[in-house]
Design a binder for this molecule. Sequence first.
Ligand SMILES: Nc1nc2c(ncn2[C@@H]2O[C@H](COP(=O)(O)OP(=O)(O)OP(=O)(O)O)[C@@H](O)[C@H]2O)c(=O)[nH]1
Ligand SMILES: [Zn+2]
Length: 360
Amino acid sequence: MAFGLSLVERINRARADLRLGVPIVLSGAQGPALVMAAETATADRLDALRDPGLVLAITRHRAETLKARPYDGDLARIIVPRDGGLGWLRAMADPADDLRHPMKGPFHCARDGTADLHRAAIALVKTAQLLPAALVLESPPAALIAGNDLTELPFDLLAEALARESQLAPVVNARLPMVASQAGRVHIFRPRDGGEEHYAIEIGQPDRTKPVLARLHSACFTGDVLGSLKCDCGPQLNAALAQMGAEGAGVLLYLNQEGRGIGLANKMRAYSLQDQGFDTVEANHRLGFEDDERDFRIGAGLLRQMGFGQVRLLTNNPRKVDMLNAHGLKVVDRVALRVGETAQNARYLATKAAKSGHLL
Ligand SMILES: Nc1nc2c(ncn2[C@@H]2O[C@H](COP(=O)(O)OP(=O)(O)OP(=O)(O)O)[C@@H](O)[C@H]2O)c(=O)[nH]1
Ligand SMILES: [Zn+2]
């Protein structure tokens, strides 16, 4: 292994930079481009980037709300107006004040050239769990790059690197007696790509030659820890563990994909939009996200790595069944998990059934 930084290591550095409001460089055949996340951009750096060619890349979902033209299909490249300051930028990225200030346009959108660079910039900003909006300046003045020690990524390799299935290394496992079962064991897995750690809770000693009772649970701080009434996550977590305890065997994967993969801060933004009347899917879209940003391959990879080939899957989500079947697991049975319905989450559950294909 070379001593210098690998692409994955550079990507992690770039992610940290973007979260801090530091620009990064995407370099390609057309020369370098500067990228900065709209959410964390500072006024000084925005001023330094100001140029007639400065573009704000947003996803088609955000563009739809803003009534900007997504000439590139999945995204729009809005030319940053000369008087577009930090307030304008934040309001473009963050829908919090959309209803109070609905008319932000008209916008001029770029349609020449390709948007591959902008697409890669948005993907990277998303993996930093920031709002999916990125400032992009192609062909920047050399003085902005030279000597500024900015993290540089080869843009042509970026999309593939970000889409690659993450490999998880087992770190440690230890016994954990729980209310649901005395015979609990927690395994910690760490992705080699620098992403979030994920956990497996093994109950008893499941026979690897038979289908195991399994659950893929996505982290929900509000539901799992705080007892939120807005979703059914906490009761689902406890019911799944209880069923595994009662049967004496099972495996629950606790995947750190909070808010269906958008992170807790963005989920709270979505909750705030839900208080303005939007449903769970509409709220994600207004923020610029897909309704589900989770990488379901992680669960399949973890189960395989732990030696499981067949599962009885506790879920109401047919996408989880399809994903496991497509990635080397055999779902021999889907076990429904309907618990924790409240007056406050009735609309949320109805929306998941109507729009996300959840089974009632
Ligand atoms: N973005 C967003 N995420 C939410 C919202 N409510 C709950 N979540 C997240 O949704 C995820 C729920 O995941 P799961 O329990 O795996 O649920 P599921 O995909 O509905 O499937 P099953 O529970 O298996 O039927 C968690 O990551 C929660 O944090 C919301 O309104 N917006
Ligand atoms: Zn939840």
